[in-house]
Design a protein around this ligand. Structure first.
Ligand code: FES
Length: 332
């Protein structure tokens, strides 16, 4: 690696630039689309809830259920009075919850039936369509990245391939997922680099990417500082161009300003580099060889005096090429 700074900066630039392009395109998408439609809620409707009083004959639960309990709620689940015992209290509802539900009048374990789930899902959907399947699904959920709890999946037989997800814990509709929402999920994944599908943007990859960005900026600044003197000279030296004189091993050397528009043989003389020239620049003697990592054409004189191996390694005759065509040179 001849110039590690340039190498790091260029390759990081490719990675950072690619993700930047993805951010721009997905950002345009998020600004452009109707969020209600994009989130799969075009046909979602809220159902009216009436606050029901609790019956007077609710019973006390057996004490054995309360071991390790963090919170107890007396609530309604699908209009049935229930106790809900929370054995964990995660910060967000999508995180894994450990909840047991008991009928508040009988004390027996309670859970939603398929029929109840079907009614909840149907009431949340404003169009006419058949329901073709109801199933209790366990994480990971393909449609809902980051959801760590089991969910009832109700499959609606419509053209948008809608799936309605109902929480068995709360009896509430968690989401309507259709083709528009699936596209939104892909855009979210690309925008937040959530390639592991965690459902958020607080993940390791984005931290690594932030560090890579810092290295990209830092290497760019250092590279600029290194090149600055040459650039300043170039600006204030009309008729001249900067050229890098490489060391014999090809590594970075010194920079010099040489006249533009001349053949390399003559231009280099202005910085006291005198290549051998028996024929005076006629392309006949073959003594004015130089090497460059830049891409140059091969002239007839080059072919006559340089072996195929030399030509492949960037060796040419200095009297045959313009200084304008190269930025780096190595001379014997
Ligand atoms: S000076 Fe003779 S070939 Fe270039």
């Amino acid at each position: 690696m001849k110039q590690p700074l340039a190498f790091i900066h260029k390759w990081l630039g490719l990675v950072v630039g690619l993700q930047l392009l993805i951010w721009i395109l997905t950002g345009i998408y998020f600004n452009w689309v109707d969020h209600r439609i994009a989130k799969g809620n075009e046909l979602r409707q809220s159902s009216s809830h009436t606050v029901k009083p609790f019956p007077i004959d609710i019973i006390d639960l057996d004490e054995k259920h309360f071991i390790g309990v963090k919170r107890v709620e007396l609530t309604h689940l699908a209009e049935t009075p229930v106790y809900q015992l929370y054995y964990s209290l995660p910060a967000h509802n999508n995180q894994k919850q450990d909840v047991k539900t008991f009928h508040a009048e009988t004390g027996l374990p309670f859970s939603l039936t398929q029929n109840t789930v079907k009614n909840i899902a149907s009431n949340s959907y404003s169009a006419e369509a058949e329901i073709s399947d109801i199933e209790l699904m366990y994480p990971p959920h393909t449609d809902l990245a980051g959801e760590e709890n089991p969910l009832w999946r109700v499959v609606v037989n419509d053209s948008a391939q809608t799936h309605i997800y109902v929480s068995p814990i709360t009896g509430k509709v968690i989401a309507h997922v259709n083709n528009a929402r699936r596209l939104h999920n892909i855009m979210f994944m690309l925008h937040f680099m959530d390639y592991a599908k965690t459902g958020g943007f607080n993940h390791t990859l984005i931290t690594v990417f932030a560090v890579l960005n810092l290295i990209f900026v830092g290497s760019g600044v250092l590279w600029l500082i290194k090149k600055l003197p040459m650039m300043v000279h170039a600006v204030f030296s009309s008729g001249k161009k900067p050229i890098e004189l490489l060391q014999n091993n090809g590594s970075s050397g010194v920079h010099a300003l040489v006249p533009k528009g001349e053949v390399i043989l003559h231009s280099l003389r202005n910085v006291n580099i005198h290549l051998p020239s028996i024929c005076g620049g006629g392309g006949v003697c073959g003594s004015c060889k130089f090497q460059t990592p830049d891409t140059l054409p091969v002239t007839e004189a080059d072919k006559a005096h340089c072996s195929p191996q030399e030509l492949a390694h960037g060796i040419r005759l200095a009297c045959q090429h313009s200084i304008d065509a190269i930025s780096k040179i190595s001379v014997p």
